[in-house]
Design a protein around this ligand. Structure first.
Ligand code: UDX
Length: 437
């Protein structure tokens, strides 16, 4: 495809989108301002763990479709579209998304452009940001026809490439014929795969991202509350989830009860949506509840383990399996393992932690006394209790006989409902799942 685009920001979103667009045949320049990160990328090293991304980056770099130019000027030269994919962390103090990086990047792009282009926000930005960028473009570059589009991503960590290549839909907020045409051409390969492109106005596209994440976070929080209720009433949340999920109006996905959602998106986006709604004068009581209920849930997990251990974990050796906020990632942001381990350590437990990918990221975030195991067996050796926090496949496969051989005690707290309760009970374990009576 004879098309050039630039992506500002070589982080998670920028790198995945860049590599995938390049795979479509587009010439993509990913502009990474951090010299150390850029040096890594040039050597073909990917700073994040995402299955398949290293191969995709290497192949497209070798094919000359993906580049990591030294300067922004070089990156945006002849680019028909410039994607803004810099970070939008939660602003300290008020829960709003911090747009410092977004506007710094946009301003730099506007000053450097020497041809008409479409500026596209890919980072999740508050509703109204696209409009502000358009105003800024008018002000700074009245000489150029600059269009603005909003194109939120719906990628899940761990399956970001498949999500990009086989999306349920693509959402594009664009208000001019040219902006729509450029984005349509860019996403043409997906169009051929029958992924619908939903064209909307700027505000609708921006809100769609928050609404999608808010709804999914609400779905998880709902099933988590039902799980607590199941425990009180003698019901099984897995059966309830299946029973409601088969109703096409509800859907089976995102109904797995667990220790509360974490990650880089749901916590940040629900908080931001809450603030956006509040300020717009249409507060979302539902999202406010989701945020509060989920925060409280994560904090309550240590107490669950203490209760499972008979009321005290003082001096107990507790193996915590899984630290990342979910499997197939090394991302520790807002991971439920963090408050859990802090709580257990504060209650006097000796925590032995293991995660297949997130050990390095977890180390600086966890209390000093935590022991980092070299593998699953090492973590379980001599443990009084096992707490499964993240459902990596290698943990699912743990057989009760093996647990019996390795562990000293017999408490199993399964915060993801991956083990077979009966098999563990038959092997003499005290099994505690989530929402399983
Ligand atoms: C999410 C959205 O899915 C994605 O569309 C958006 O662009 C970014 O945020 P991600 O954060 O990578 O993606 O992970 P996801 O798989 O959605 O899981 C988020 C959290 O919810 C994890 O902590 C996960 O363990 C939890 N979760 C998910 C549950 O507890 N139960 C579920 O049924 C599903």
């Amino acid at each position: 495809m004879d098309m050039r685009i630039a992506i500002i920001g070589g982080g998670y979103v920028g790198l995945v989108s860049g590599a995938c667009f390049a795979e479509f045949g587009v010439s993509v320049a990913v502009v990474e301002a951090d010299a150390a990160k850029r040096a890594m990328l040039l050597e073909g090293k990917i700073p994040i763990y995402e299955p398949g991304l290293d191969r995709l980056v290497a192949e497209n770099t070798a094919a000359g479709r993906l580049s990591f130019p030294a300067t922004l000027e070089e990156g945006i030269a002849q680019a028909e579209a410039v994607f803004i994919a810099v970070g939008t962390p939660t602003r300290r103090g008020d829960g709003h998304a911090d747009l410092t990086y977004v506007f710094a990047a946009v301003e730099q792009v506007l000053r450097a452009l020497d041809h008409p282009a479409v500026i596209v926000t890919k980072s999740t930005v508050p509703v109204g940001t696209g409009r502000k960028i358009a105003e800024l473009a008018q002000k700074l570059r009245p000489d150029l026809a600059i269009e603005v589009a909003a194109n939120p991503e719906f990628l899940r960590e761990g399956s970001a490439i498949t999500d990009f290549m086989r999306p349920d839909r693509v959402v594009v907020g664009a208000e001019s014929e040219r902006a729509r045409e450029v984005l349509q051409r860019l996403y043409r390969p997906l169009y051929l795969r029958e992924a619908p492109i939903v064209f909307t106005g700027l505000e609708s596209a921006e809100l769609t991202k928050y609404a999608a994440n808010g709804f999914l976070a609400m779905k998880i929080t709902f099933i988590n509350e039902m799980a607590d209720l199941c425990e009180k009433l003698g019901a099984d949340v897995n059966d309830v989830a299946r029973g409601i999920g088969l109703d096409g109006r509800i859907g089976r996905k995102f109904l797995h009860a667990g220790p509360g959602f974490g990650g880089s998106c749901f916590p940040k986006d629900t908080l931001a949506l809450m603030r956006i709604a509040e300020e717009a004068g249409a507060p979302s009581r539902l999202i406010e509840a989701v945020v509060a209920v989920n925060d409280a849930r994560k904090e309550a997990m240590a107490g669950r383990v203490v209760a499972a251990c008979g009321g005290s974990v003082q001096g107990l050796r507790i193996a915590v399996l899984g630290l990342a906020f979910k499997p197939e990632t090394d991302d520790m942001r807002e991971a439920p393992s963090l408050p859990l381990i802090q709580g257990l350590a504060a209650a006097g437990a000796q925590v032995v932690a293991f995660d297949p990918e997130a050990m390095a990221g977890a180390r600086p975030l966890l209390p000093g006394g935590v022991i980092f195991a070299t593998g699953v067996n090492d973590a379980l050796a001599g443990a009084d209790a096992l707490v499964l926090v993240t459902e990596w496949n290698e943990f699912r496969a743990l057989a009760p006989v093996m647990l019996r051989q390795l562990m000293r005690g017999s408490v199993v707290v399964d915060l993801r409902n991956v083990f077979d309760p009966q098999a563990l009970r038959d092997a003499g374990f005290a099994y505690h799942g989530i929402g399983r009576a």
